[in-house]
Design a protein around this ligand. Sequence first.
Ligand code: SF4
Length: 440
Amino acid sequence: MGTKLYIKTYGCQMNEYDTQKTVEILKKEKNIELTQSPDDAEIILLNTCSIREKAEEKVYSELGRINKLKEMNPNLKIGVGGCVASQEGENIFKRAPYVDLIFGPQTLHKVPELLDQEDKIKAVDVSFPIEEKFDSLLLPEASGPSSFVSIMEGCSKFCTFCVVPYTRGEEVSRKPRQIFDEVARLAEQGVKEIVFVGQNVNSYKYSESGRILGLADLIQISAEINGIERIRYTTSHPLDMTNDLVEIYKYVPQLVDHLHLPVQSGSDKVLLDMKRNYSFDDYLSIIHRLKQIRPSIKISSDFIVGFPTETKEDFEMTMSLVNEVKFDASFSFIFSARPGTPAAKLADRSTLDEKKERLYELQSRLNDFQAAYSKELEGTIQRCLVTDLSKKNSREMQARTECNRVVNFHFQNPNILGKLVDIKIDEALSNSLKGTLFTQ
Ligand code: SF4
């Protein structure tokens, strides 16, 4: 029997990917086995995220609960990784002295050796050896028909509200050979869909033999790997939606009819204060070009409401953009100041009540568009990837459309799990679709 590891992941897809990689490394080097219960774990790791307000406090409260387990089992090892670990570093020992190791997003490959450290100061590594991290990642074991593939790490954009460049370091792109090997290995294991992930995924750039490869090249080459039937990528920055990346939608049918492209605001003034380096018109022009090439593409986005310098008029610009683009399922939040970022020093121009009203208005409109798109799917045949058995009904399976909606449908033959099938959409519900298997 291996050592039992409980790992809890907070935040974004990058963190999910990092957790998966940490587990693969620990399985190989420490013979660990995963447990779903912290109560019987011998190692507990928290892979933290600092994007939301009070993230640190939440981590410390969780650590307090875990410490109760350590009081009963002094051999329990407790580790903190991810962005909060990167920001706080050794300070974590001051508030939670029972923690044994601290690692950042770029040092997860060092967890096996940090676990062995007796000296606490040596059990901290929150540096940014990103290339070393990429070099030490193991070839993956597929855990389903869809898989993340990390292609770059970090971010050099320094948006004024964001901590990522400080917690994950500046951008580093992964070697193309490592990426293609990983994609090929996943395809051999039956993976049909790959999701290229990176904090700023479309800024991928790698210079090799005098040629610069970008995300468009990775997509085109990966699409030729036998077995890869769907390609997604996230999260993108509008500034890096280059012409060749837009054009690739013409040539690669595996590239899904859906793009998540965070805009954050529709006001040019707020975008400038956020240091996003594009305007309302620039963003709209990208969407128009994409829609010319792929009329059916759906766009989702991220929005920050109540940025300190946002006025009612600025917010109206965001609503104009929303009405123009008609976004699909999107994420929206009230601005929360992240310590150490330039935006945290800006004075607020609106009250919390005003911000809440704006958020309500924005989310209502976004929900309307999302519901309308789901309704439009009724009666159509959608190519869907069968991802799982339904959790609620043992005679149903779950699949995902290209625009990432969950479809529940009755099945006869369980062998369709992991395959792409055609499903007729019968009904749009508020958070999912119901359908009937059409062909396999
Ligand atoms: S581009 Fe994204 S990750 Fe980079 S600083 Fe801006 S919001 Fe943060």
